[in-house]
Every structure is written in structure tokens, then in C-alpha cells.
Design a protein around this ligand. Sequence first.
Ligand code: G6P
Ligand code: MG
Length: 220
Amino acid sequence: SIKAVIFDLDGVLTDTAEYHFQAWSALAHKLGVPFDRQDNEQLKGVDRMGSLQFILDKGGLQLPSDEKDMLAKAKNTHYQQLIENISDADLFEGVHPLFNRLKQAGIAIGLASASKNAAMVLNKLGISAAFDYVADAAAIRQGKPHPEIFLTVAKALGIPAQHCVGVEDSLAGLQSILDAGMYAVGIGEKQLLTDANLVYAQIGQLDLDEVLMLGRKAPT
Ligand code: G6P
Ligand code: MG
């Protein structure tokens, strides 16, 4: 049975995936690297330096590490400007009712975001206290698609992976969940998130009864 639901943040609980996209596309544009929403699907869930490397590789650019650090920093400054004014109004519809139902059912709530800005975003959204455990992205050595982050959260919650559901909007994140041995719920387009056990267009459409039914058979 399901004893924990571990959420991604950007693009799952709020629309910050869009701000990451805007900041990366501005940077790619400055570097003269073509970058569109389709490219961005590969970047979702990927950590900051990994994302920068994707763009540099796409443009066939090789830069020394101090220049890469500067570019990553510039992207982050831009991103932080874009999210400066987000508030509880930016939380996706349906998140509070979902969290309430999970709490009533005694199911733990975890966060597995690769973003070093996650704690700040949770604060702005006013939902920090809802989580039983929030992963520290800075302490994760192998980013998504590696399963480390989801496994770290499950361990901290004290719940074996086969009793966990991960909720993700990204391809890298779904891979991370499945390789952790958890059930995977995708948020977004069914045609894109083909590896997920269940897909909903938005978090507000997540059918908790249907998700909890996953726990009645072994994860694939
Ligand atoms: C999440 C987002 C990515 C972002 C990454 C790192 O996984 O989906 O788009 O690049 O976090 O975020 P950060 O805020 O640490 O640069
Ligand atoms: Mg995401």
C-alpha cells in the first residue's frame, strides 16, 4: 500500500518550470544557441550545471569552468528575479485539498526538487509546513534521472520505495522515480510522459483514489 507521496516542485505544484524555461532560453539566445520548448523537455528536472551543459553541447560550445560558473550564476539571478513576486496565489489549484486528503489518510508528504531555490519557492507559496521532509538539492550528488533524490526522501521518511509514489512533470524525474522502484505519476502530456504509471494534465486533476490503487500491485 502507498505510505508516502513524493512531489517534484517546478511544474508540478506551481508554474516555476515556465520561469526556468524563460531564464534558460534568454541565456541560450545570448549565446546564440537555438533553444525551444522541445529542447526544454530534456532540461526539466535536470540540475543547474547539467542544464547549462546541455545548452553548451547543443551549441557546440566549450567553455572553461569559471565561465560556466558565471553563466549559471547569471541564469539563477534572472530566475530569482522572475520568481520574486510569486505568492500563495501561484500554487496550482488542487494542491491544498490533495495535501489535506493525504494527511487525513496518514500518508507522508515529501519533496524531491533538484532546485536549490526550492525552499524559497515553498516559502513564497506558503506550503513549507505541509512537508514531512524536503530534500536538500545541494546535498544530492547524482541528479535526476539518477534515483538518488527520490531514494533520499523515502529513506528520510522511513518508508520503503515500494510504498512510495513520485509525482513529476519531467522525463528525467520520471526515470528517477521508476529507477528508485516507486510508482510514477506524470503531470503533463500523456504522449510525452509515456513511462508514467498514470498521467494527469494538471495536479488538480490527480485522482487520489486511482493513485492509491497503484499500491495494490507491485511497481513495474
Ligand atoms: C528543477 C527544475 C529545473 C532546474 C533545476 C535546478 O529540477 O525542473 O528546470 O534547472 O531544478 O534548479 P536551480 O534553482 O537549482 O537552478
Ligand atoms: Mg519539475
